[in-house]
Design a protein around this ligand. Sequence first.
Ligand SMILES: CC(C)(COP(=O)(O)OP(=O)(O)OC[C@H]1O[C@@H](n2cnc3c(N)ncnc32)[C@H](O)[C@@H]1OP(=O)(O)O)[C@@H](O)C(=O)NCCC(=O)NCCS
Length: 197
Amino acid sequence: MGRAHKNRDSRKRLSRKGAGERMSLAPEELVRHGWMWDRTPVTLRSVQPEDAPALCAMFRACSPKSLYLRFERQLNEISLDQAVQLCSVDHKNEIGIVAEIKEAGSHKLIGLGQLSADPDHGTAEYAVLVADPWQGKGLGSKFTDFCLEIAWRWGVKRVVGEFSPSNVRIIRILQSRGFRFQRDRQEQVVFAEKILE
Ligand SMILES: CC(C)(COP(=O)(O)OP(=O)(O)OC[C@H]1O[C@@H](n2cnc3c(N)ncnc32)[C@H](O)[C@@H]1OP(=O)(O)O)[C@@H](O)C(=O)NCCC(=O)NCCS
């Protein structure tokens, strides 16, 4: 059974928020323990304001190319203020998930997944960044499954994303999870969309 199917099965035990319900998910509801493909243990959890310095360190481990693919502009690192902003999510219309590993006895952040929803949760935009040394180990796939599950529990009806057509990894991830694509050749961008039922 594929990874996407496993994710769909796990949803059977979870509930989806409906119209008129509390739209926020508490940080403690947003934790997932697992392994990367090389068996390194990893925890995906809600980002916290105190993660800002570790997030700066994570950005320093990212190549300019990865940062460009994620933010669509040249970026070498982020300031502590920018990191604080990324870590200050309201859990109502924004959710940030970090991937944390233990290395040499200390905790390290190696990825950030984000969902940003419109106020009625009709549509949420998904974006993800895995720091370069940990790419190609299944973490982007793991983030995507968890964020899709969160969006579903959150009551979101449509998840969208925007990517460079050269971004093979994210396109493969989204393709195998049932996203549909539309390419704007002039703007050199791919729009991806998945309807959640
Ligand atoms: C895109 C990104 C999130 C993917 O995360 P990742 O952890 O590297 O990806 P995974 O290891 O889960 O692999 C994803 C897919 O790419 C494939 N892949 C892995 N390494 C690859 C490589 N070198 N070349 C081609 N495909 C590759 C995997 O086999 C997998 O495909 P599958 O699901 O069909 O098996 C990550 O590379 C990244 O952060 N890139 C920079 C930022 C970015 O592009 N963000 C997305 C736009 S918001």
